[in-house]
Design a protein around this ligand. Sequence first.
Ligand SMILES: NC(=O)c1ccc[n+]([C@@H]2O[C@H](COP(=O)([O-])OP(=O)(O)OC[C@H]3O[C@@H](n4cnc5c(N)ncnc54)[C@H](OP(=O)(O)O)[C@@H]3O)[C@@H](O)[C@H]2O)c1
Length: 332
Amino acid sequence: MTSDTALTVQQTARPHGFPSPAHFAFVESALEGPAPGSALVENLYWSVDPYHREMMDGDFALDAPLEGRTLGRVIASREPSLPEGEIVFHRKGWRTHAVVTPREARVLPRFEGVPLSAHLGILGGTGLTAYVGLTRITPVRAGDDLFVSAAAGGVGTAAGRLAKLLGAGRVVGSAGSAAKVAYLKEHVGYDDAFDYHEGPAAALLAKAAPGGVDLYVDNVGGEQLEAAIEGLRDRGRILRVGTVAQYNSTRALAAPRNLSEIVEKSLRMEGFLVRDYYDVQEELYAYVVPHLLSGRIGLDETVVDGFDRIVEAFLGMLRGENVGKMIVRART
Ligand SMILES: NC(=O)c1ccc[n+]([C@@H]2O[C@H](COP(=O)([O-])OP(=O)(O)OC[C@H]3O[C@@H](n4cnc5c(N)ncnc54)[C@H](OP(=O)(O)O)[C@@H]3O)[C@@H](O)[C@H]2O)c1
């Protein structure tokens, strides 16, 4: 790549099961200048997310650049509201450069002392998902005991930290390794955690939360959702955030097989999409930034250096190689 060229990552084939690097191509093209009313952005940070895997099954056009949450610096502008030097957020995704209009990009607020990458984690879509879930969809009530699955990921770490600040009681989580379990207890503030590979989820949850839980934050679905339905107290709530156990599977998940308990225990289950709640973004800043600055909330992120490693980072996130939000950073 030269200073006159840009790189994009494109999906070249639909995966059956787990994707591989062969499903992607890095494509070089001439660097476009901005047309009147737009700005040229050099991208600095990219988010790789489980929903990209879902989109690979049909929503992403083949042989076209992949969309995604991205931060970059305006390097040339023909649009006064996107001045050169500003850091912007946009969704043009997996490319080294993007031409954006004001409708496609948002100038980011600068919070002195807060790293830029936080805008893709706790201050971005990930944090917003946890915050909306725990304040709007199934609000945390004082003393609520929680179970969170995929607890060591982006949404899971944010959910654990925010739940405690919002007045939760005991918070337990599940994750895919002993190292993640230790991280949750030592750094994120989880009261207990378990590795879901170590046995049936229902038994592991019963051990970690012997008295049951009031609220389950479900990032995974399947067997862990079934375990949570079993472990929830009467009138418990389930926040359906995602189904990452399903995205690489070629078969429908067998569990949960105990939906009748939703009736018998008067449970509530509600899902949502964060994209319907962007109006809560300013509230998220107001709530979280003071806690970031005081150190009460730490950053949970795994940063992979180099745009050339974006596919590797994405596949690694699907395999569970991330602790906290998986982020790719441009080499400087
Ligand atoms: N509703 C919304 O608007 C919205 C917005 C953002 C995210 N989400 C959803 O929230 C969930 C978490 O997303 P995220 O961005 O924070 O990703 P993440 O949790 O940071 O990364 C994905 C994690 O999933 C875990 N995982 C992979 N395969 C699994 C399996 N078969 N069973 C259990 N865990 C598995 C891995 O951790 P382990 O090592 O623990 O297995 C991996 O680290 C996803 O379901 C995503 O689709 C929903």
